[in-house]
Design a protein around this ligand. Structure first.
Ligand SMILES: [Zn+2]
Length: 371
């Protein structure tokens, strides 16, 4: 889950979060939209002098309107994903749009297609709705008409822009779903990613030549996002079939909670692992201690502190039957390097990122050796 975001409400029981970058960009958007208002009014043959609110106030309201629109677009995806039986962790509104974090994204092309299409469909519906309202209601105050027409236009742009086949945009996902019909999901992702990155480069070049900073930003994020999606897919596809039990380290060495940090360090030298479960009252696991925890203690005070003083007491755990990719996802979401593998109350092993990467490399070698 993204950090630096605040939950502002819940829809369908899913937290809607506002990322800090959005609060920073909102005044800029307000200013950009605000400086277009007079021109926009003239294009509509409205007299800017009729406006009750100032241009920049309307611009700011439009900024808010845009992000509400983006939220509705994401809710479109979310609603369909829920209907298809998936879990959604959260929706985060960011600087350049939204992210619906779908926990267990289906790899069924038909599911992906309908989920991808719902967002732009919502935007298009909103766009046409706002536009129709703004055009038809002539006795409205000029401010409201401008607001509706401008917002309508932005929603239509949002729909069209998202439908470009620039993976991982919605259009790119539609393309991948189409390519994956024949069954090779990874190859389809690879093709969609290449196309996405090519389009990102084209956007970047257009952004430089037109001096459009927003387009340049979009290009930059798109390129990175496409690469990230491809890597994630490569991992999930290659690791498919591996469970946590297949890759974990089984003979776990624990450290007693009452040992001093100096003792712990000597033990670490001996064992060469970087993280250990901490035990007390016999063999009850009460926490986890890592190299980073040791680093926080001043070298002169290593005899004064005990393991229990520096350990983390919230245990991040996973079941042995869980997928290895699920373990990896959990580690990156919680920004940790290892998970304790518990079957009921019994500690079965530890799984680290490098355990999983070993499994990944083995699979890749295996694939290469196949005729
Ligand atoms: Zn979308």
């Amino acid at each position: 889950m993204l950090k630096n975001a605040w939950t502002i409400g819940h829809v369908f029981g899913i937290p809607i979060r506002l990322h800090i970058t959005l609060l920073l960009i909102l005044p800029l958007f307000g200013w950009i939209f605000g400086s277009n208002i007079e021109l926009f009014a003239e294009m509509l043959q409205l007299d800017p002098a009729d406006l009750v609110l100032g241009s920049y106030t309307i611009g700011f309201l439009l900024g808010i309107g845009l992000f509400v629109s983006v939220a509705l677009h994401e809710l479109g995806h979310t609603w369909m994903a829920l209907r298809r039986g998936m879990n959604i962790r959260s929706i985060t509104l960011l600087i350049l749009g939204g992210i619906a974090e779908i926990e267990d994204m289906s790899k069924e092309p038909a599911d992906e297609l309908i989920i991808a299409i719902m967002g732009p469909a919502v935007s298009l519906f909103l766009g046409i709705g706002c536009y129709a309202l703004g055009v038809s209601a002539l006795n409205m105050v000029a401010d409201l008409r401008i607001f509706l027409l401008y917002l309508g236009q932005m929603n239509i742009v949002l729909a069209v822009f998202n439908l470009l086949p620039a993976f991982p945009s919605d259009g790119g996902r539609v393309l991948r779903a189409f390519l994956a019909r024949r069954g090779n999901y990874l190859a389809a992702t690879k093709t969609a990613t290449s196309l996405g990155q090519t389009m990102a480069i084209i956007f970047g070049i257009l952004g430089v030549f037109s001096g459009n900073i927003l387009l340049l930003l979009v290009a930059f994020f798109l390129y990175i996002a496409a690469n990230h999606e491809y890597q994630t897919n490569l991992l999930s596809t290659t690791l498919a079939g591996f469970t946590v039990a297949d890759l974990m380290t089984r003979d776990v060495v624990s450290v007693p909670a009452h040992h001093t940090v100096a003792q712990l360090l000597a033990f670490m030298y001996d064992q060469k692992h970087t993280g250990y479960p901490v035990i007390a009252n016999g063999d009850e696991v009460i926490g986890c201690v890592t190299m980073q925890d040791v680093r926080k203690v001043d070298p002169g005070q290593r005899d004064d502190y005990r393991v229990q003083d520096i350990m983390a007491s919230n245990l991040h755990t996973i079941e042995p039957r869980a997928d290895a990719f699920e373990a990896l996802t959990k580690m990156s979401q919680e920004q940790i390097g290892r998970l304790f593998v518990f079957d009921q109350d019994e500690l079965m092993g530890i799984i680290t990122r490098s355990d999983i990467m070993k499994g990944f490399q083995l699979r890749q070698i295996e694939k290469r050796e196949r005729p």
